[in-house]
Ligand binder design. Structure first.
Ligand code: UT7
Length: 331
């Protein structure tokens, strides 16, 4: 019997309509389009403005896009994982609500949180369930409403993040396509440099924490930047070496979209030509758990069956890693 691998067989996406441009940010904080563009590569990001709508709204839309475009019966889905750093609520699972709303009534569901590496780690989880033979259809959604945790008076963070969601369906493959290898890392030293201080179990929300803006994301950008550049490049290089891949045999780099300069540094380290690097950061900014599936959805038409894809991500915690996957279909 052929070995079962875990292939991505369908993708979907959703971004909110509202576009927050660099020009609008210039009216909110002391910044300018030239600084943002040259330091990050970001021109605009999408924001979910409607009150009362959270990350599940984005996740449901992305899942529905995947389901409708590919004629999937949601009743056939076994498991729904929502990778997110901004769940609807602290306790009630965003994935459970999402699964019910999309009609995945036979699935179980849970959230997975690893900051900007949530989707990457989720790929490992989804693939393992498929490879084990336990489940046949795992829907992995990366979704974040970053605008819900951003201080729009803090120019160091508000220019970077945006809202969005992407979804990927994992199914068994007997041609050797799909998930091939992973190198996933984490290091708690990172906790100090990218975090939300309040609202968790160490420092529950209080009048004091609200007054001090401790319910917003705080990032020491320069430190995170340094760790991200070296670590994302290291793991990508390692995955290539381990799988005897070269810059010629890699078809695509699928990098987390945090900063154009970090992406370029990773691509340069493995010697990859610019046209092999997926990039949409200029349109969406950093959507945290949604960057990788949004890339897949945006580039889906260019991907060919058998293409070698190298995923790489870095995020808070610190969390980071690289995954090698062979694309399983041509549109
Ligand atoms: O996705 C999860 C992981 N996150 C990341 O990978 C993000 C990593 N970090 C970064 O992408 C970059 O560090 C940032 C984009 C956040 C910042 O870029 P930078 O080149 O590292 O800038 P910096 O923080 O070193 O600041 C340089 C200067 C400072 O002024 P002085 O001290 O040199 O006078 C900042 O105050 O730029 C200033 N600055 C700004 N100026 C205009 C910081 N933010 C802004 C701004 N507009 N928005």
């Amino acid at each position: 019997m052929a070995k079962i691998t875990a292939a991505i067989t369908a993708v979907g996406k959703y971004v909110p309509d509202y576009i927050l441009t660099n020009q609008e940010l210039e009216t909110m904080v002391d910044t300018n389009d030239e600084w943002i563009t040259s330091r990050t590569g970001i021109k605009e990001r999408r924001i979910l403005k409607e009150e009362g709508k959270g990350t599940s709204f984005l996740a449901i839309k992305a899942a529905e896009d995947l389901i409708h475009k590919n004629n999937i019966d949601p009743k056939d889905i076994d498991l729904v994982i929502v990778a997110t750093a901004t769940p609807d609520m602290l306790v009630a699972s965003t994935a459970v609500y999402t699964a019910t709303k999309i009609g995945a009534i036979n699935a179980f569901a849970y959230d997975l949180q690893a900051a900007c590496s949530s989707f990457l780690y989720g790929m490992s989880t989804a693939s393992s369930y498929i490879e084990s033979g336990r489940y046949k259809k795992v829907l992995l959604i990366g979704a974040d409403k970053m605008s819900s945790i951003i201080d729009y008076t803090d120019r160091a963070t508000c220019i970077i993040f945006g809202d969005g969601a992407g979804a990927a369906l994992f199914e068994p493959n007997e041609e050797g396509l799909g998930f091939q290898d992973e190198y996933l890392r984490s290091d708690g030293v990172g906790r100090e440099f990218l975090k939300i201080d309040a609202g968790g179990s160490i420092l529950p929300t209080s009048e004091e924490t609200l007054k001090n803006n401790q319910h917003y994301v705080h990032q020491e950008g320069r430190t995170v930047f340094k760790f991200a550049v070296s670590n994302m490049a290291d793991v990508s290089e390692k995955i290539l070496e381990r799988n005897n891949l070269t810059k010629e045999t890699v078809n695509w780099l699928v990098p987390h979209q945090a900063n154009k300069r970090i992406i370029e540094a990773t691509a340069n380290r493995i010697g990859l030509a610019e046209e092999k690097v997926m990039m949409n950061i200029s349109k969406y900014g950093n959507t945290t758990s949604a960057t990788l599936p949004l890339l897949l959805a945006d580039y889906e038409k260019e991907l060919k069956k058998g293409d070698n894809l190298i995923f790489a991500a870095f995020g808070g915690g610190f969390t980071w890693g690289s995954i090698y996957l062979k694309w399983a279909y041509t549109k």
